[in-house]
Design a protein around this ligand. Structure first.
Ligand SMILES: [Zn+2]
Ligand SMILES: [Zn+2]
Length: 124
């Protein structure tokens, strides 16, 4: 899948910011896959904001087919937000972002037409 190298970069970046061997081992075990069953907003049926989810397959971040069309900084933000859900075990949005801030010092922002997760970083 086209987003696979980005996933590898994201995991490496987070591992580089973690002081905990245990946390790094957990990060490296998270799986990533494409999924054609990403539900929209339950109340509005709006699928436009929903490019990824967790909790569908164990320890796995699923992304939709359209995910790869998003700007890279939105993709990074979304992946790390979803990783925040898996690592923290919480389902609410602010807590997932707070976990990432507390553990990795990374602030997830919300930018773009759809107010998507966004992280201003370049992997080199
Ligand atoms: Zn899924
Ligand atoms: Zn979320």
């Amino acid at each position: 899948m086209t987003s696979e190298p980005l996933w590898t970069d994201v995991i490496s970046w987070l591992c580089g910011r973690s002081d905990s061997p245990k946390q790094k081992a957990v990060l490296r075990k998270i799986k990533f896959r494409e999924c054609n069953n990403i539900p929209g907003d339950l109340e509005t049926g709006d699928k436009s904001r929903y490019f990824a989810h967790t909790g569908h397959f164990g320890n796995t971040v699923c992304v939709s087919k359209d995910f790869s069309r998003l700007p890279v900084k939105n993709r990074i933000g979304i992946l790390i937000h979803e990783i925040g859900h898996i690592l923290s075990g919480v389902t609410d949005e602010p807590s997932a972002d707070l976990y990432i801030l507390d553990n990795f010092g990374i602030q997830i922002q919300y930018k773009g037409a759809k107010e998507l997760q966004y992280i201003d970083v370049d992997f080199k």
